[in-house]
Write a protein that binds this ligand. Structure first.
Ligand code: SAM
Length: 329
């Protein structure tokens, strides 16, 4: 089957699937104070997700990441992993999680075929972590990371969202987790996907500043950026490890973007920054043929925006696009 392209000739290779919009944390940069959850009937079933993922894989989109909300809040999510892992063409299957349930689920996820895990950890100070995540218990997340190491997930990454006046002082400490090379750390610029509307350009700590802060402690060498990668990677001069900065605000890498998203309620979202989504669920639930679904996906991708900058012009200003838990990051 021909590969999946957009109208700018970019080829889609990576699919991010949000398996639920629900979350047990209340991260201040993401969740609204009183989230309104999707009704269960609107959430795609495992079988529906498997079908859509298979069709994506046939089009060469074989790198799948499960996200949320909190993906481990979706009951029996390991059964979904078991359905997705053997799909022909699925080359990588990973998950981004807040880590709360990871210690208890890691072995089952590994057995089911999950390969990579990213755990979000925005502070190394338990109280600060709890403040940022709206009560997230630091020790439990650390246990989750240890369980992920013990179960041999590769790649194993830590995501840290850095916000001005909050945790920028911890950048070098967080980077130190990556020196040995058994875990990589990704620093994410704060994006306008916050349910509480706290976001502002003055709260964004740029990737440049993040790297400079780390360089005060470690020597870093930039690595070539693989096509489609969201991050600029730097290797430690001493040590095996690496860190990366995801500069979606100050230096978005849109020209070779290879990602597409499927929301928990079945919308194809070609660009994270696009407010629009293309609702596939009616087709899925009205006996639409595989061919109709593939055509629907292809048409949605044809409407993918050229990049963040264009969308931002369209919205007049960079402002709260949607809470991240509704799309999965
Ligand atoms: N619940 C999981 C977690 O916490 O990792 C997965 C979903 S979460 C929406 C996916 C990633 O998006 C996390 O690493 C999270 O920190 C990041 N994220 C959420 N809101 C963000 C924002 N406003 N700006 C930048 N990154 C954000």
């Amino acid at each position: 089957m021909p590969v999946l392209t957009d109208s700018f000739g970019r080829v889609a290779r990576k699919l991010r699937i949000s398996v639920t919009d629900r979350c047990n944390f209340r991260c201040q940069f993401c969740m609204p104070v009183h989230p309104v959850w999707l009704p269960h009937s609107e959430i795609l079933t495992f079988e529906e997700i498997r079908r859509v993922a298979s069709l994506f894989a046939e089009m060469g989109v074989g790198n799948i990441r499960l996200s949320g909300g909190e993906p481990l809040m979706r009951r029996d999510v390991e059964q979904l992993v078991e359905l997705l892992a053997p799909i022909p063409g699925v080359r990588q299957l990973s998950m981004t999680t807040n880590g709360f349930l990871l210690a208890e689920k890691a072995a089952a996820l590994k057995r089911a075929g999950l390969r990579g895990v990213t755990v979000s950890l925005h502070s190394l100070k338990p109280e600060k972590f709890s403040e940022i995540t709206g009560g997230g218990p630091f020790e439990k997340v650390i246990e989750g990371i240890k369980a992920a190491k013990a179960n041999g997930f590769r790649p194993l990454k830590i995501n840290a969202v850095i916000m001005r006046g909050c945790n920028e002082d911890e950048v070098a400490d967080l980077a130190s987790l990556a020196v040995e090379g058994d875990v990589a750390v990704r620093f994410i610029e704060y994006m306008p996907f916050d349910g509480q509307h706290h976001w502002g350009m003055n709260k964004v700590v740029s990737g440049k500043e993040i790297v400079e802060r780390i360089q005060e402690r470690y020597e870093l060498t930039p690595a070539p950026r693989p096509a489609g990668s969201t991050s600029q990677i730097y290797k430690f001069e001493d040590g095996e490890g690496e860190i990366g900065v995801i500069t979606s605000i100050t230096q978005p890498f849109c020209s070779d973007c290879d990602r597409v998203r499927l929301s928990a309620d079945g919308k194809i979202v070609p660009c994270l920054f696009d407010k629009a989504g293309f609702d596939l669920r009616p087709l899925l639930r009205s006996a639409g043929s595989d061919e109709m679904i593939v055509n629907f996906i292809r048409q949605a991708l044809q409407r993918k925006a050229p990049g963040v900058e264009t969308l931002l012009k369209k919205y007049q200003e960079l402002e709260h696009i949607r809470p991240m838990h509704t799309i999965g990051g």
